[in-house]
Design a binder for this molecule. Sequence first.
Ligand code: ZN
Length: 195
Amino acid sequence: MKLSYGYNYNRYEIPGFTRRSYNIDKTGLTKMKGILMVQDPVCLMSIDPKLVTNTIMHNGKSYYFCSDQCRNRFEANLHLYIGLPGHPAPKQHGHEVIKKRSLKLKRPLTENQSSVIVTDLENMMGIKNVHVEAECIYITYDLLQATVEQIEMTIVKTGEKLGSGLAENLKRAFIHYLEETELENLENLGQEHSH
Ligand SMILES: [Zn+2]
């Protein structure tokens, strides 16, 4: 099931809060009209704060998350999502950083195995497209919402193993490093511009 994302936040005035509501099927939440919703700062979904258990307090303000995935992203690169004083974060502008990658598994997947993996990956936040061919998974995602490390964790949870061997391990470590660096650079952009 595909979620409808709300990327039009021109009308939003109080950071982190919006009265607009969306159909939220994935987490078992339902559309609740007239209720003050809070916004997940990572995926920008509107959620009912009373139904959310994933929260973080930061500088006296509560942040609410639809999933562990979004909370983990927030914890790793806070300023990507809440910005810096006077500098809204990339996510507050509704920006996306689209990436395409291929991930290699240890064995080719049967049709059933690949449909399990595709479903689990599509249920993650920020996943745009998933396609499996034999032992390769081709995936398109928004780096601001999902890292390749999180994607790999989802794959491993289905019971499949990632391709092993030195070359594969090095390639994965390198991609993790590249993504961390890119996210840190994006996070620090506001800071550099403030001088
Ligand atoms: Zn979320």
